[in-house]
Every structure is written in C-alpha cells, then in structure tokens.
Design a protein around this ligand. Structure first.
Ligand SMILES: NC(=O)c1ccc[n+]([C@@H]2O[C@H](COP(=O)([O-])OP(=O)(O)OC[C@H]3O[C@@H](n4cnc5c(N)ncnc54)[C@H](O)[C@@H]3O)[C@@H](O)[C@H]2O)c1
Length: 316
C-alpha cells in the first residue's frame, strides 16, 4: 500500500515508517523537522519537508504521492508548550490536522489512522475509574489534550459526511529508542540521559503521579494491526498499569546501575495526577496486547541511549 506518514521524522512515527517499509509498503514521510530529525528518516521513504499548517503544501504532497492510507502522527506534542502558547498548539494540532483530513477526503484516501492521546484527553480520572476506557468522559486539563481530542470529532464528522474510513489510536506514554533524552517530554529517555551522564534528575511532584508506559515496539505493532481492520472509531492503546514517577526513576536507575537519588519540585501545570488505560477494545478489535514489560523496555532504552545517542553526540 502507499502510506503517507506525517511526523515520520519524529520518535514514534519514524519507527512506524521503518516497520511499514519492512513489510513491503511504499512510504512517504511529511514532516517540518520542528522536533523530528533527518537522521530518523528511512532512506527508502520519500520525504516531503512540509508543515501541516501549510494547506497548499499538504495538497501538493497528496496530489504527487497519492496515498491510499494516511498515518497522521505530526503534532505539537509538548503539554507545557501548549499551556504557554495555546494558539500555536491549536494551529498545529487542530488546523494542521484539518488540512491533512481535507486533503485525504479530497483525494479519496481509503484509510486514515489518527494518533491521539489517552494520557491527556481524559483529564484527571479518579483512581476508582482507572484504567480508563474509551467511553470515559473527556475532560482534558491541558490545551494539548483539547487540541488532540478535537481532531477525533472531525474524523467522526468526515466519516458521516464523506465516508472517510478512520481509526483513532489513543496512545499511553510511549518510550524507547529514538525518543530524545534532550526534550521536555519523555521521562524515561530524559532520566536515562541524565543518569548515564551521572547527573541528578528532578521529579515534578512527590513521585506518586502515575502514567501508563508502553514500549515503542508494541506501539509500532498497533499501527501495523490498524492497517488490517475496517473498524471506524477510537481505540485505547495501553498496559492498564499505572507506573509512578518514582517507579520510573527506580527502573532507569537500576538499568543504568546508579545509586544517585532524585530531587523533587512542584508539579507543572496541565499534568494529570493519574492515568492508565483500559485497552480491552484494542485486544478485541486489533488483537493487540502489550508485549514488552516495562523493566525490559527501560533496559532496551538505556542501552540505546548508552550506545547510539552517545555515538551521535560524540560525532557532532
Ligand atoms: N510520545 C508519547 O508518549 C505520546 C503519547 C501520546 C500521543 N503521542 C502522539 O504521537 C505523535 C508523535 O509523537 P512523538 O512522541 O513521536 O513526538 P515527536 O515530536 O518526536 O514527533 C512529532 C513529529 O511531528 C513533526 N511535526 C510537528 N509539528 C509539525 C507540523 N506543523 N508540520 C509537520 N510536521 C510537524 C515533528 O517535526 C516531529 O517529527 C504525536 O501526535 C503525539 O501527540 C505521543
């Protein structure tokens, strides 16, 4: 199949692009390289350096590549940035996504895979209601959660109006190779980078906030399975397990082999207390289940940063 992957120079979608190519699909990547990297681009994929906010640019890509499937990962994905600059967040995540959807509808794309966030759309969920299922009320407490969720409504609408076939994957916290240790998001990579350098880490809050962590290989598999179903609607991807910030720290410290202790500071705005996701629908519809346990994923991530990231840093 001809698959256009937006955001394919970034952490998650570049791994998806590699696997789609491996499976024999023809892949093109659309990315503005704002947080993605050229070195993540698979040389077998066609690359369009385009911003999704540029409707004419997006249209040109669709007219030239003529994708059958769109896998839409491109986004401003930083919760903090969305609270600092909500207009920019909405321009990228809502208006940019609308450009991609409209181009897909105009060119009769057969299938649209949209990446949303289970970590941010549900907002603060009481522990008794966790893990959250897709039917749980949507009450985001960050602008990012609102912008990512809004696109789900457009997809529902364009399915009704123009029969656009779509699936929404609501991701948990994804971690693994290619997540940058120098970003503002991605706590496993950030802790790994700091501890490998012998530097102390800071936990925002008292360490008890919980998140649902799934290793990148399992997320890639969900994207492969999403190509094999006609299901239209929303699917949570998650482990169903809440892992606290302190547990993340301890797992990374164990993998690095350090006894350094973390510092603690105040919680940042937009951060939910607890979220983990019920992925029973993903199992039913996609046949998806988490495969790599958290500690094993952390070991692989630390190993990747110890080798690949460091070699790259030494060369540059
Ligand atoms: N990382 C996570 O834990 C997580 C969790 C839930 C959902 N998601 C979603 O997964 C997707 C990928 O996230 P990631 O962690 O790989 O982040 P990332 O920043 O590594 O990847 C995002 C990619 O999109 C590109 N991009 C950003 N704005 C763009 C624009 N206006 N036009 C074109 N390209 C643009 C960036 O250059 C980058 O390559 C995002 O949609 C994010 O909301 C991620």
């Amino acid at each position: 199949m001809k698959i256009l992957i937006t955001g394919g120079a970034g952490f998650i979608a570049s791994n998806v692009a590699d696997e789609y190519l491996q499976q024999g699909h023809e892949v093109a990547v659309l990315d503005n390289l704002s947080t993605g990297f050229r070195h993540n681009l698979n040389p077998k994929a066609r690359f369009y350096e385009v911003d999704i906010r540029d409707a004419a640019g997006v249209d040109r890509v669709f007219d030239e590549f003529k994708p059958e499937v769109v896998n839409h990962h491109a986004a401003q994905m930083d919760v903090r940035k969305s609270t600092r600059d909500p207009v920019f967040d909405a321009q990228c995540n809502i208006l940019g996504s609308l450009n991609v959807i409209l181009a897909a509808v105009r060119t009769s794309v057969k299938r649209f895979i949209y990446i949303s966030t289970g970590g941010a759309v549900y907002g603060d969920v009481p522990k008794k209601d966790l893990p959250a299922a897709e039917s749980y009320p949507i009450n985001p407490i960050s602008q990012y959660g609102i912008s990512k969720h809004t696109v789900e409504h457009y997809l529902y609408l364009y399915n009704r109006l123009q029969s656009l076939s779509y699936i929404v994957l609501r991701y948990p916290n994804v971690f693994g190779p290619r997540q940058t240790p120098h970003g503002e998001a991605g706590v496993v990579a950030i802790f790994s980078g700091l501890l490998l350098d012998g530097k102390p880490c800071t936990i925002f809050g008292d360490g008890s906030k919980t998140r649902d962590y799934v290793f990148i290989g399992d997320i890639v598999r969900a994207n492969v399975l999403a190509l094999q179903t006609d299901f239209c609607g929303i699917v949570n991807i998650g482990s169903g397990i809440g892992t606290s910030d302190r547990q993340v720290y301890d797992a990374v410290a164990a993998a690095v082999g350090t006894k350094l202790q973390p510092a603690y500071t105040t919680v940042r705005p937009g951060e939910v207390e607890h979220i983990y996701l019920n992925a029973a629908r993903a199992t039913k519809i996609l046949g998806w289940k988490q495969g790599v346990p958290f500690p094993e994923g952390v070991r692989r991530t630390v190993e990747y940063i110890r080798t690949v990231e460091r070699q790259r840093a030494e060369k540059s």
